[in-house]
Design a protein around this ligand. Structure first.
Ligand code: UDP
Length: 181
């Protein structure tokens, strides 16, 4: 597949068969196809795809240990991997999930909270608050949704700082020592 005016972005999310307690059958399944699609759509808006007509940008996410939050972790890692690969981007994308456990909203669910909680809402956004992924499993009231989205925003902002720090740490040494502003 190719486009004559822009690059095609391909995103493959894969969970290794040993990444979960109950061995997962290798290969794509409905869930990994869905996660791949929404993760690609979470990143596409920030990539200058028009700079690379008739090309493909391949993103491979291999989950070696799945303790929940793998789609959000994948998007966070893929975002800095794209920047690291020199792909021109409008901004980074950061992601985290908010959920409800025992009637309490929680940020960045762990595995039990994800699997047995009342709601799970992964969110991805740019640092200026443009949402590029929003999914929800379970139930939240309108007020919980609003509060949860604010919590997810603060989580994404914190992650965005870590992503920038990781890139700066890698490249500041290589261009003369001082951190880049
Ligand atoms: N999970 C599993 N087997 C599967 C799919 C998921 O054990 O076939 C577990 C895994 O730990 C995963 C968690 O359930 O991280 C939550 O899955 P979900 O679909 O909510 O995606 P994620 O939170 O990882 O993005």
């Amino acid at each position: 597949m190719q486009k004559s005016t822009s690059a095609v972005v391909r995103y493959r999310y894969n969970m290794a068969s040993f990444s979960v307690e109950e061995r997962k059958r290798p290969g794509p399944d409905r869930r990994s196809i869905e996660v791949s699609k929404v993760s690609r759509e979470a990143l596409e808006p920030v990539i200058f795809q028009e700079y690379f007509p008739r090309s493909a940008i391949d993103i491979f996410v291999e989950v070696l240990q799945a303790d929940a939050g793998t789609r959000t972790a994948g998007i966070n890692a893929a975002s800095i991997a794209l920047a690291d690969a020199g792909i021109p981007m409008k901004s980074l994308v950061s992601a985290c999930a908010v959920g409800k456990v025992d009637d309490t909203l929680v940020l960045d669910l762990n595995k039990d909270e994800d699997n047995y909680g009342q709601a799970d809402m992964p969110v991805a956004m740019t640092p200026d608050g443009k949402i590029t992924l929003l999914q929800m499993d379970g139930h939240l009231t309108r007020d919980e949704f609003k509060e949860g989205l604010e919590m997810a925003k603060s989580g994404c902002l914190a992650i965005s700082e870590m992503q920038k720090a990781a890139l700066l740490e890698k490249y500041s040494g290589q261009i003369g020592g001082d951190a880049i502003e």
